[in-house]
Each structure stands twice: as C-alpha cells, then as structure tokens.
Design a protein around this ligand. Structure first.
Ligand code: NAP
Length: 278
C-alpha cells in the first residue's frame, strides 16, 4: 500500500482548481497529504476504483463525465448524493466507497456566507445537474417556495416531481413567466450556463426589474467574475454574488468528508480563497 493521498478525477481534469484549493486548506491544517489530478476517461471507473483502493487513496473528487456513473458503484450513499442521483466526493474507508454530493450544501453555505440565506421564496433558473442539487437543497434547507424555470419544461417538471416536500414548482423560461415569478421572489439563483464565458447569453434581462429591492441574485458562474446577469442586478441595487465561494465551500465540505471531522469552515474557505487570488 502506498502513502495516503487524495485525488480529483475526470476527463478533462487538468484545469480543475481542486488541487489548488485542497492543497491550501491542507497546508493551513498542517497536514502533509498530497492531492493530485488524475485523468479517468468515461468507462474507466472500475479500473480506477480498484487502483485507488490498492494505492492508499483516502478519497477523491469527481467531475465530468463520472458524477452519475459513480452512483451504482458506491457501497454507501450520503443523503445528498442519494437525493440528487450524482456523486462528486468519494471517501474510501476500510475498502468501502462512500459517495457524497456537495453541490447543494456548498451553494447553501456560499449563500449564507454572502448574507443571502435563509430565504423563503426562490427562483431557480435551470433544471440541469447543478439546478437539481441546488433546488433540492433549498427545499430541504427550509425554503417555502422554489420555482424551477427551465427552457425545456419537461426537465423542470421531472425535477419538481422528484421533490418529496413539494416545495418545488416547475415553470417555463419565457420573459413573462420569469418577470411574474421574480416579482414574488426574495432570491434568484442562476444555475444555467447562460452568461458563462464561451456560452450563450440571456435574450433579455428585463425580468430582473421585477425583483423586489431587497432581493438577492446569486450566479453559480464565476468565469467571468461578473456575468451580465450580476452586472444588471448590481446596477439595480440588488445584493449580488458569484459562484466562486460555492466552489470553495464545496472543497471545504469535501475535506470534512475526507478527514471525517468538522473543520473551521470560514477559516478553510479563507485559505482556499487566498490561494485562488494569489
Ligand atoms: P447542465 O446539467 O448542462 O445544465 C445546463 C442548464 O442550462 C440546463 O437547465 C439548460 O436548459 C440551461 N441552458 C443551457 N443553454 C441554455 C439556453 N441557451 N437558454 C436557456 N437555458 C439554457 O449544467 P450544470 O452542470 O447544471 O451546470 C450549470 C452551470 O452551473 C454551469 O455554468 C456550471 O459551470 C455552473 N456550476 C457552478 C458550480 C460552482 O461551484 N460554482 C457548481 C456546479 C455548476 P435545458 O434543460 O433546456 O437544456
């Protein structure tokens, strides 16, 4: 057995910021535990899992294309991973694989750190993987009403039906619907790709005008640092926040799983953010 280590797997994965974030947090904790990226192509999980168990991998993060494929390969699933049907953090304990998903809790932690949580009525834009984790976490975390607005309405419907608390309501992505729901919302969370570097843009951002002045706007995107959505919301005087702290809090939560102990989350997030800004 090799010395203990942590990894992030995916394809592509070499661009991942996880090694930087985790190395900074581990250094702040005074722990000498290597955290390295490893390219694992689609279909390569069985080989990787056997290798990881044999080579002292204590845990690993997973990015595309593995999050759903990991689910049936786990010996145990945490509540978040079971709810979302995707795994992005795996602990290897006594030869057993325990899968977690930090997307939803990471978003809630980032919203809280930004002073945007708790809120009762939330508009979520999108119904993809991130939206599913975020919307279900908002519902489980105490929101009373979460409108899931998506271009493909059937995906929003499926997500709303997956919510046992019935807090989620599916809606379309038309300007009229978005404006009508924004008028009742305290928080808007963008979980679409719209506004991300290299992706499309919203046809119109006029729906933001309908948000009450005390509403907050959170964008999961952090590249660019300020999307057109956040820029317009900021000009309207609304509280805005990008997805960088969500990325950071996801790393903090993953490290808690890997080390199997609670950490000073604010201090860890500070260490990780400092590394990103260096
Ligand atoms: P995904 O599963 O591919 O979902 C993409 C979503 O965007 C879908 O709801 C899709 O709608 C919508 N969309 C794409 N193009 C659109 C368009 N032209 N008009 C309207 N809607 C459009 O992706 P994901 O994994 O959920 O990720 C979504 C975003 O969150 C990405 O930008 C990702 O980088 C970000 N993210 C950030 C963090 C973080 O830590 N900050 C974590 C996870 C994800 P349809 O269903 O109609 O296709």
């Amino acid at each position: 057995m090799s010395a203990a280590m942590l990894q992030v797997i995916g394809d592509p994965v070499l661009h991942s910021k996880s090694p930087l974030l985790h190395t900074a947090m581990l250094a702040r904790l005074g722990l000498e535990l290597p955290y390295t990226p490893r390219v694992v192509p689609k279909g390569g999980l069985p080989d990787y899992l056997a290798w990881a168990k044999a080579h002292g991998v204590m845990g690993f993060n997973a990015t595309m294309p593995h999050k759903e494929d990991l689910v049936p390969l786990m010996d145990e699933l945490g509540a978040d991973a079971a709810r979302v049907g995707a795994v992005n953090t795996v602990c290897v304990r006594g030869g057993k694989l325990i899968g977690h998903n930090t997307d939803g809790a990471g978003c809630l932690a980032a919203l809280e750190a930004a002073g945007l949580w708790p809120r009762q009525r939330v508009v979520v834009l999108g119904a993809g993987g991130a939206a599913k984790a975020v919307a279900l976490a908002l519902a489980a975390g105490g929101a009373r009403q979460v409108w899931v607005c998506n271009r493909t309405l059937s995906k929003a419907d499926a997500l709303a039906q997956a919510d046992p608390s019935q807090v989620l309501t599916a809606a379309d992505f038309s300007p009229d619907t978005l404006a009508r729901l924004c008028a009742r919302a305290e928080l808007l969370v963008n979980c679409t790709n719209l506004g991300m570097a290299g992706c499309g843009q919203f046809d119109s951002l006029d729906f933001l005008d309908a948000l009450p002045p005390e509403a907050g706007v959170f964008d999961l995107i952090y590249h660019p640092e300020e999307t057109a959505l956040l820029s317009r919301a900021r000009q309207l005087g609304l509280a805005v926040h990008n997805g960088l702290t969500m990325l950071v809090y996801q790393a903090v939560l993953a490290l808690e799983y890997f080390l199997d102990r609670p950490l000073d989350r604010r201090a860890m997030a500070r260490a990780a953010l400092e590394a990103l800004e260096a």
